[in-house]
Design a protein around this ligand. Structure first.
Ligand code: ARG
Length: 263
C-alpha cells in the first residue's frame, strides 16, 4: 500500500514538472505583449512566402501576413532566419514564439506544436527537366527525387518508395534535378512555380512543373504548447483577414494563385 502511494506521488510529481516545463515554452499573449514583439522563426528560401530581397531583408506573403497580425496585436515583428529543419524544433523548445515557414499541418507535427487555423491550401509539385520521360505522378514511381530536409515532401517521398536525396537548402534540391543527379524535385507548388520561373528566365536548360500534384496540404502558423490564448487570438485575426479579402490580396500582390482553406 505504502509503495503504491509513493509511486502515485512520484508519477504526480513528474506530471506536474512536465506541465510546468511545457507551459514555460509557450508564448502566451501576456508574454508577447510584455516583450512588445513577436519573434518568428523562418527559412527564407521559399518564395513567394519568404525569401531574401536584394538588401538581405526577408519578404513575402507570410511576412506581410505576419505584419498585419502584429499590427492587430500591437507588437513589432522580429524575424529570425534559419534552415527549415530548425524551425519547428526551435518553436517547440521555446526559442521562438512562432514558426512561419510555409509549414504544412500534419498529424505528426500536431503532436509537437500547436497550429493556428490554416490560411491557405498548397500541394506538393513534381519538377523535372524539360524533355524528361516523367510526365505524371505514376511515371515517377520508384524513381529518385530531391527534397528539402525536414519537409513534408521528404517524409511523403520516404514513405512512398522514392529514392530520396535531402538538401538543407531549396536551391540545392533544385540544382540536383538540373544536374541530372535525380529524376525529379518535389517541392510545394507555389514555390515550385516561383523558383522555376526565375530559373528559366536565366538558363538554357528549362525546368517544368508537372500539372499533377503529389499531395494537398494546408499551411498554418506553428506555436509551442502553452500558447493557446495567442493561437485563439490569432485565429480571430486570421479569419477576419481571410473573410475581408486581405489574405487573397497579399497573394495577388505576389502573383500567386490563392486557394482558400475553407473550400
Ligand atoms: N510545406 C512544406 C512543409 O511544411 C515545406 C515548407 C518549406 N518551407 C521553407 N521555408 N523552406 O514541410
Amino acid at each position: 500500500m505504502k509503495k503504491t502511494i509513493a509511486m502515485l506521488l512520484a508519477v504526480l510529481l513528474l506530471a506536474m514538472t512536465l506541465t510546468a516545463c511545457g507551459s514555460t515554452k509557450g508564448a502566451p499573449l501576456a508574454k508577447i505583449q510584455k516583450a512588445g514583439k513577436l519573434t518568428i522563426a523562418t527559412s527564407p528560401d521559399f518564395p513567394p512566402f519568404e525569401s531574401l530581397n536584394g538588401d538581405g531583408k526577408v519578404e513575402g506573403i507570410e511576412i506581410e501576413l505576419l505584419e498585419k497580425i502584429c499590427q492587430e496585436l500591437g507588437v513589432e515583428l522580429d524575424i529570425q532566419q534559419m534552415d527549415f529543419d530548425s524551425v519547428l524544433p526551435g518553436v517547440q523548445a521555446g526559442k521562438f514564439d512562432m514558426g512561419v515557414s510555409g509549414i504544412s499541418v500534419t498529424e505528426k507535427r500536431q503532436k509537437n506544436v500547436l497550429f493556428t487555423d490554416p490560411y491557405c491550401l498548397a500541394a506538393q509539385a513534381i519538377v523535372v527537366v524539360e524533355g524528361s520521360p516523367i510526365t505524371c505522378k505514376a511515371d515517377l514511381e520508384g524513381k529518385s527525387v530531391s527534397v528539402q530536409t525536414g519537409t513534408t515532401a521528404e517524409s511523403f517521398c520516404n514513405e512512398n518508395g522514392y529514392k530520396v536525396s535531402s538538401f538543407q537548402a531549396n536551391n540545392d534540391a533544385q540544382s540536383a534535378v538540373v544536374q541530372g543527379k535525380v529524376d525529379a524535385w518535389v517541392i510545394d507548388d507555389l514555390t515550385a512555380a516561383d523558383m522555376v520561373k526565375a530559373y528559366n528566365a536565366e538558363n538554357d536548360v528549362k525546368l517544368v512543373v508537372l500539372d499533377e500534384p503529389m499531395t494537398t496540404e494546408p499551411y498554418a502558423l506553428a506555436m509551442a504548447f502553452g500558447s493557446e490564448d495567442t493561437v485563439k487570438k490569432i485565429n480571430e485575426i486570421l479569419n477576419q483577414l481571410l473573410s475581408d479579402g486581405t489574405v487573397a490580396a497579399i497573394f495577388e500582390k505576389y502573383e500567386a494563385p490563392f486557394t482558400s482553406p475553407k473550400n
